[in-house]
Design a protein around this ligand. Structure first.
Ligand SMILES: Cc1ncc(COP(=O)(O)O)c(C=O)c1O
Length: 430
């Protein structure tokens, strides 16, 4: 995502009588909407489609969800679940989510503290609109999932960015402390993390908790990859930490865990007073999430533990294949601990500009990825970074690997042995 000058106005003059006679429209889009650009990730998908490239840019699976939940969706439609549901979600789904949140996330909640939304995406913007006022500050870790910047702009808050430093992307106490002040209303957490693949530890989340308590701030946590971890890493929800019960908004969804990114079902767990505010915003944004798909998501929450184990195992294999191929192609690789992205450095590819690299990869090599600059508020920080996703069938990853083999020889600057580029960070046990 790129930010534009949010103070720019398309029209600042007054209409002349001639303008009025010919009906000229000079009042343009809002300053708010002019503050950011379209999603670069989604733009890369469109380019991949136009050029027939293997899309390792946007994080969505190219395989189907489990048959049982597809059937549950079809059955719900044929049985008449086709009208608006209760705005904040069907009772059945909220009950099932409450059970899951208690057992998996160790957060004590009931169905009155849950709002079902149109994806995590809507959950995040609804939460920020419900919590933040103009003048409030929001702490965002960088690199970040590109929606967080526009979400803060849309809700009128000011962003304070905190770098997760390479190669291990840990939260550093001193750096984080400097970002908090009395105006800090919220900090956005994302674990497992997109794009770096970090899985935050209890100790790091404890640092965030301490600062939230010191400055009377909230944690808004996006845990959409909560079931996708490798090498023994465990997911910890900041909302389960003592002292965070009343100051955490936990957001998750069905898109990634059940491979249904097009269904658009997510949810927000928050203490009652916040839930009331979030439900109001959600109602006026979208009314409700798709009713038949809420039925199918209720069925998804009944899948056995073996489903999640298999999901992780499949992604672990995809990670191995893509990491090796990217290393061979000259990328420096940060091996992910969770989620399904590989964050890379491109210094050795010969490309100095991530967008040019993206275009080259799509149009000449036939593989799509995401330019690193779209994960930073200052694009120059990401010029030599690039993200690939392995949320694809093995055969799709193999097709991308075959194509990437064409990339390496021409773009390794001054090296004859292109199989040598080194991994930059190893995760424990991997
Ligand atoms: C960190 C993160 N949050 C949210 C989303 C979008 O989630 P949903 O499909 O539930 O709106 C994505 C999608 O890539 C993501 O990476």
């Amino acid at each position: 995502m790129a930010y534009l000058d949010s103070t720019r106005h398309d029209y600042e003059g007054t209409l002349t009588s001639l303008d009025m006679q010919v009906g000229i429209m000079r009042k343009g889009p809002s300053t708010r909407a002019s503050g950011f650009t379209e999603s670069v990730i989604r733009e890369m998908t469109r380019l991949c489609q136009a050029h027939g490239a293997v899309n390792l840019a946007q994080g969505f699976p190219d395989f189907d969800p489990p048959l049982s939940i597809k059937r549950a969706a079809a059955t719900a439609i044929s049985k008449g679940y086709n009208q608006y549901s209760t705005t904040y979600g069907t009772m059945g789904l909220r009950k099932a989510i409450a059970r899951k949140v208690k057992s998996y996330n160790h957060i004590d909640c009931n169905m009155d503290e849950i709002t079902v939304t149109c994806g995590t995406t809507e959950g995040m913007i609804a939460s920020e609109l419900a919590l933040l006022d103009r003048g409030d500050e929001v702490v965002i870790f960088e690199p970040f999932y590109e929606n967080y910047g526009p979400d803060a702009i849309l809700s009128g808050a000011k962003c304070r960015y905190v770098r997760l430093r390479e190669p291990d992307f840990r939260i550093e106490e001193e750096t984080l402390k400097q970002a908090f002040n009395r105006k800090t209303k919220a900090v956005i957490i994302n674990t497992p993390h997109n794009p770096t693949g970090r899985v935050l530890t209890s100790q790091e989340l404890g640092l965030v908790r301490d600062l939230c308590q010191d400055y009377d701030s909230y944690a808004i946590t996006d845990e959409i990859y909560e079931h996708i971890m490798y090498d023994g890493h465990k997911h910890v929800s900041i909302g389960s930490l003592p002292g965070m019960e009343d100051r955490t908004i936990t957001i998750s969804g069905f898109s990634k865990t059940y491979s249904v990114t097009g269904w658009r079902v997510g949810y927000v767990v928050a203490p009652k007073p916040l839930t009331s505010a979030i439900r109001k915003v959600h109602d006026f944004l979208t009314v409700c999430a798709p009713t038949p798909l809420q039925e199918a998501c209720t069925a998804a929450l009944q899948l056995p533990e073996s489903y999640y184990e298999q999901l992780r195992e499949n992604y672990r294999k995809g990670r191995g294949m893509l990491v090796e191929s990217l290393e061979n192609a000259g990328f420096g690789v940060f091996k992910p601990e969770g989620a399904y992205y590989v964050w890379t450095t491109t210094d050795r590819t010969g490309f100095k500009d991530d967008r040019k690299l993206a275009l080259h990869l799509i149009t000449k090599v036939g593989v799509g990825g995401v330019p690193g600059s779209s994960f930073f508020h200052n694009p120059s920080h990401g010029r030599l970074r690039f993200r690939f996703s392995f949320s694809k069938k093995p055969e799709t990853i193999r097709r991308a690997i075959k194509r990437l083999e064409k990339f390496s020889p021409n773009h390794l600057s001054g090296r004859s042995d292109h199989r040598m580029p080194r991994r930059l960070a190893m995760t424990a046990g991997s």
